[in-house]
Design a protein around this ligand. Structure first.
Ligand code: DGJ
Length: 716
């Protein structure tokens, strides 16, 4: 007989949403413990039984009996791994034993208040399960004592089962963001720390633990993301007591956070996503982002960015010609990149002087903006508000506004330093300049750049490390500007994709995925960026025939078919493009406009195709009526012909009309190596079920390397 269902009550909470259960033990007066995070246990599950079946066998030498690890683990509760709280009060109060004082349980989550009266600390833990089945949790620590308390770390954790034996996380660098790393999940600690003062290239991004050889469509996967744009750590820890945790927190520099009496520290939100395969893990993040009231809902406009088209050559006539060419191919938003302000004629000077340059724009930005908006395009402007060149009027007037460990300046990077936004006067200056530009001109969009790591980034008035304060000040700057200019969209760029996280995405409308727009590199960078970020928030541009960053050459169809899966744009001097290319590009723009509704609301899917030379990915409409796939040859294959590929994610019960999607390599295209033609690769295509497409697949055309074809599947 099933035991009584466990409705919420003060000693436990069973949160369930979208196929996920989060079962929290709230009994006793110690901090909440997660007894199960993963597949839905169902409404008849017995919490009492779960509590008994998950309890560990007591072993010799352990402290105080069986150890259930709390979401903020403490040594006092028997946890000897990475601590939840690290801090001290002049060397004392280094270890806590929080006791719960109040618990409130609602449908979506739990808020627990606790105190350690001896250490004079209060803690508030919030643990939620969103409608998308995403866990999010954070801690607020308050100093209730009469003297300062130094906080070194606040780490939150989520448990995963022994079946999670492999880890996936990411590394990266400028021009090659989010390169996947696979390691075994064995005993010990895998700690991914990022000390670059921004989200960073070489940070975990997503740390996923999964069953053996888990893939996009296979296995069980538990993943965490640390929503923070400054220093942070994300880790996986497995003990010989068979406890396995995923954890994360802000990485605080020495002395960076000291709580005065009554002051609080708020940790970043930690997100946890469980799924049957990585695609499901990603879908939860995507659904959750899409449910936000501020999520961009207008069709994502075709961007034309001037950077790789003209770099610093700001010339009104040249840029008007570019805008004309942009409009002619169907561009909808023209973004004027770096070089429009102060003495900024190259990357050595001018940052901080947010006044339109008289030298290159003697009549202000009015003439170019009027021209662009006259063509029916929106106008966007590049800014880098957190930075300063030593060679700038701002630095000459306020040398002490530069972040530094003391009187000595850190080494310059890209010839620039960091402006200390935690200084109210510096913050106000930047806010006023941006506010003035947005109020004076018809600007719909800011490309908000951030081009260096924060190294030795101190707040000079206090002499303390300042990354924490800088991160919060940046959020405040974005929040205040958005409140003042609610219709202006903002892109998060950081030397390409160096600032991609869920906290920056709370206050921005897309991320620039990478400065590398080589389509081959982008296939990988976009695929993995998409594990967290939905396509409509990922900036993806078509570059010129020869990539500026790799010098590889690719045909337009491969470049455009790659940029299609994202927030599409063009970054190429179209005035120099051939007539033929411009005509073809206009066809791709037209396709993007036709399918952006599907791409930007549907579910992203990836086939786990075993041939490393082929990657198959796509987007399926939520109602299963429509889907678009790309079959991509990233290399030459060891197989000839290619063999079948699966088209995942369709409604198994429905029948679909499947055919090549133009433009690109339709039956008469130029990426497909034709011997005898593939029978279904015709204008008429084939009609079959979603189940057959997912299970038996379709024979893929033999492609030249670094080419792709599109396949459309429409429900009959
Ligand atoms: C780095 C960005 O990633 C580029 O797209 C471009 O905006 C440059 N900065 C401009 O300096």
């Amino acid at each position: 007989m099933p035991s009584a269902p466990f409705a919420s009550n003060p000693d436990h909470a069973h949160l369930r949403a979208a196929g996920v259960s989060l079962a929290l033990d709230l009994s006793g007066d110690t901090l909440p413990r997660v007894l199960h995070w993963g597949a839905d246990l169902g409404e008849n599950a017995s919490f009492a039984a779960l509590r008994t079946t998950t309890q560990r066998q007591p072993i010799g030498n352990s402290i105080g009996g069986p150890v259930d690890v709390a979401v903020l683990p403490e040594q006092s509760a028997g946890w000897l791994g990475t601590p939840g709280l690290v801090g001290n009060r002049a060397g004392r109060d280094f270890s806590t034993a929080f006791r719960v004082t109040a618990t409130s349980v609602s449908d979506g989550g739990v808020v627990v208040r606790a105190e350690d009266t001896a250490a004079a600390l209060a803690l508030e833990l919030t643990v939620e399960l969103t409608a998308a089945g995403l866990v999010r949790q954070r801690a607020v620590l308050t100093n209730t004592g009469g003297s300062p308390f130094a906080v070194d770390a606040v780490n939150l954790t989520l448990p995963v089962p022994p079946e999670a034996v492999e880890l996936l996380d990411f590394t990266g660098r400028h021009l090659r963001e989010r390169a996947p790393l696979r390691t075994a999940f064995t005993q010990g600690l895998r700690m991914r720390e990022n000390r670059t003062g921004r989200t960073g290239y070489d940070s975990a991004y997503l740390l996923a633990a999964g069953t053996e050889a888990f893939g996009h469509r296979t296995g069980e996967v538990w993943a965490v993301h640390t929503a923070w744009s400054g220093n942070h750590r994300t880790f996986a820890e497995r003990t010989f007591h068979a406890v396995s945790l995923l954890g994360s927190g802000e990485l605080l520099l020495s002395g960076e956070v000291e709580l005065a009496p009554g002051e609080s520290y708020t940790s970043p939100w930690q997100y946890g996503s469980y799924g049957a395969g990585l695609d499901e893990v990603s879908a939860r993040f995507h659904d959750d982002l899409r449910a936000r009231p501020q999520h961009p809902s207008s069709p994502r406009p075709v961007v034309v960015n001037t950077w790789e088209a003209v770099y610093f050559d700001h010339d009104l006539t040249r840029l008007k010609d570019l805008a004309d060419a942009a409009a002619a191919v169907g561009g909808e938003r023209f973004v004027l990149d770096d070089g429009w302000f102060g003495s900024r004629r190259d990357d050595r000077r001018g940052l901080g002087d947010w006044y339109v340059s008289d030298e290159v724009w003697p009549d202000g930005l009015g003439p170019i903006i009027d021209h662009v908006t006259g063509l029916g395009l929106q106008f966007g402007l590049w800014v880098e508000p957190e930075m300063i060149n030593e060679d700038s009027d701002l630095a000459r007037a306020h040398p002490d506004w530069i972040m530094a460990p003391g009187d000595r300046l850190p080494g310059a990077a890209r010839n620039q330093q960091v402006l200390d936004l935690a200084r109210p006067e510096a913050f106000r200056y930047v806010f006023d300049r941006l506010d003035d530009l947005l109020s004076t001109y018809d600007i719909s969009y800011l490309k908000w750049d951030h081009n260096r790591d924060l190294v030795e980034a101190g707040h000079r008035p206090t002499g303390r490390a300042g990354v924490h304060g800088q991160t919060l000040a940046t959020y405040r700057l974005l929040d205040e500007l958005r409140a003042q200019h609610p219709t202006v969209e903002i892109e998060s760029c950081s030397s390409g994709g160096g600032r991609v996280d869920l906290a920056i995405l709370q206050r921005t409308d897309r991320v620039w995925v990478s400065d590398c727009i080589d389509a081959l590199e982008r296939q990988s960078i976009q695929r993995w960026t998409n594990t967290l970020v939905p396509l409509e928030l990922m900036g993806t541009h078509v570059g010129s025939g020869t990539s500026h960053t790799t010098h590889r050459r690719h045909p337009l169809d491969f470049r455009a078919g790659t940029a299609l899966f994202g927030h599409f744009g063009i970054e190429w001097d179209l005035t120099k493009a051939s007539e033929e290319d411009r005509t073809r590009l206009a066809e791709w723009v037209a396709l993007y406009k036709e399918v952006r509704g599907l791409l930007h609301t549907g579910t992203a899917v990836h086939a786990d195709h075993p041939d490393p030379a082929y990657h198959v990915h796509g987007v399926v409409a939520k109602d299963g009526t429509d889907a678009l796939y790309a079959i991509v040859a990233t290399d030459t294959s060891a197989y000839y012909p290619t063999g079948p590929v699966r088209l995942p994610g369709l409604d198994p019960e429905r029948t679909y009309h499947v055919r090549p999607q133009a433009p690109g390599d339709v039956p008469d295209g130029n990426a497909v190596r034709w011997g005898v033609r593939l029978p279904w690769w015709t204008d008429e295509g084939i009609t079959t079920t979603g189940r057959a497409l997912a299970v038996a697949g379709v024979q893929a055309p033999v492609l030249f390397p670094e080419r792709l074809v599109l396949v459309r599947a429409t429900a009959r």
